[in-house]
Design a protein. Structure first.
Length: 434
């Protein structure tokens, strides 16, 4: 890659990635603030662990049903308009969760939130493909998705602080949590109309030479496609590689949300106060964000994707098991940090795999299908932990189940690698200078 090319893609990254990270950070806050709200909401509304687990997870049913249609609409109308719509609707629904009065209204609002947000992540993954070539994809996907653990690191103390507003204007702390962390999404949705171009051709901050460089690198990616590359929607949705990626992502998401939506309660049960819980949670999520950046860059430099997914998944599984068998609270928190680091680190290399064999409409539909099926793990993980906790009064067996599912994701990644090799989809090793 020439100095001019590196300069061009660095410029694109500076203009787009920080804003995209902010959008995803707000998205994830709206998705997981329910974990902190549960510290007092469950008692106020009379939720059992099983009811809470169901409500926390039903978000992903709505997400699943509307994911593929949403991403296909995004490809047709453009990222700028559709991401704006997604953010405004999910912000309003998230804020409305403050006024849930029992299980039924809580379930309905969580389902609607998932339906509203459907298409955001796969849309952003697809959108990054409009700007960055395959050889650079993992590092920028990882950088964008680092917003997830950053959201948890920032959101944990922020959520704890907001919870202390209990009683202000007659509202509980958990109600203020939903309101104050939901409305920024609606405001940012309007900012999207100003700052997010649909693609390089619409970016006024690129000159003609920079647009040519981006187009040439993306064209070279397409020219290097193997015969097993999909371009049409329906063949892509039935492709065995897409289904295998869906199962792998399902396993990772089971672990990610199984940890994320229960961890505040687990640490609180160790005897820590709400504010202390928020501070403690900074560590695992800050380290996870750092691991995502390092592992994504390493994947790009080596040109290898799938082994990076498998290795990170195995680390996540080991950390989950160790966390519930550690002899002290400190070691338990260290182990769950390892679990978080492993699961999050897998995400950048993982999302660099679909573009190896999906293009155009196939990429829009295939990436959305992978994300929608995978995100059903966001229902299964929290609900499984809640169900087992209610019937055993312990988190041990629940986290062991999570570990088994995450380990299975790592094993499936190794199977996928053999499948991609047979079809000629694995990239050749790249120069460290890239």
């Amino acid at each position: 890659m020439t100095a001019k090319e590196r300069q061009t893609f660095a410029k694109v990254a500076r203009r787009l990635i920080p804003f995209m990270m902010l959008l995803y950070l707000v998205s994830f806050l709206d998705r997981v603030n329910v974990g902190f709200a549960a510290l007092t909401m469950n008692a106020d509304l009379g939720f059992s662990p099983e009811i809470y687990g169901w409500g926390a997870g039903i978000f992903f049913i709505g997400y699943f049903l509307f994911e593929v249609p949403s991403n296909l609409v995004l490809e047709k109308v453009g990222a700028r308009l559709w991401i704006c719509r997604i953010m405004i609707t999910w912000g309003l629904i998230s804020a409305a969760t403050a006024f849930a009065t029992g299980p039924t209204s809580f379930f309905i609002l969580r389902f609607m939130l998932g339906a509203a947000e459907a298409g955001f992540l796969p849309g952003m993954i697809l959108y990054l493909g409009y700007w960055f070539p395959l050889a650079m994809r993992a590092r920028y996907i990882a950088l964008f998705m680092a917003a997830v653990p950053i959201a948890s690191a920032v959101g944990s103390p922020l959520s704890a602080l907001i919870m202390e507003t209990h009683g202000l204007f007659g509202l509980a702390g958990w109600q203020w949590l939903f309101i104050l962390e939901g409305l920024p999404a609606t405001l940012l949705g309007l900012v999207v109309l100003i700052l997010l171009p649909n693609g390089p051709a619409d970016a006024r901050w690129l000159d003609a030479d920079e647009r040519r460089i981006i187009a040439a690198r993306l064209t070279a990616d397409h020219a290097g496609s193997s015969a097993a590359t999909r371009h049409s929607l329906w063949p892509a949705l039935g492709d065995a590689r897409v289904l295998m990626l869906s199962l792998i992502y399902f396993g990772l998401v089971v672990g990610l949300y199984g940890i994320g939506l229960w961890l505040p309660q687990i640490i609180h049960a160790m005897g820590y106060e709400t504010r202390q819980v928020g501070l403690i949670l900074i560590l695992p999520y800050a380290l996870s964000a750092l691991a995502m950046l390092v592992w994504g860059r390493h994947s790009d430099h080596s040109g290898e994707r799938v082994l990076h997914v498998a290795g990170a998944a195995f680390l996540g599984a080991v950390g989950l098991v160790a966390s519930v068998h550690a002899p002290s609270h400190v070691l338990a928190i260290a182990a769950v940090t390892c679990a978080s680091v492993g699961i999050y680190a897998a995400l950048g290399p993982f999302w660099a795999v679909p573009p190896l064999f999906l293009r155009g409409t196939a990429a829009a539909g295939g990436i959305a299908l992978i994300n929608s099926i995978g995100n059903l793990g966001g229902f299964v993980g929290p609900y499984t932990v809640g169900f087992i906790k209610q019937h055993t009064d312990r988190f041990t067996a629940g986290f062991e189940v999570l570990a088994g599912v995450v380990c299975a994701a790592g094993l499936l990644a190794l199977t996928l690698r053999a499948m991609l090799r047979r079809r000629g989809n694995l990239p050749a090793p790249r120069s460290p200078a890239l």
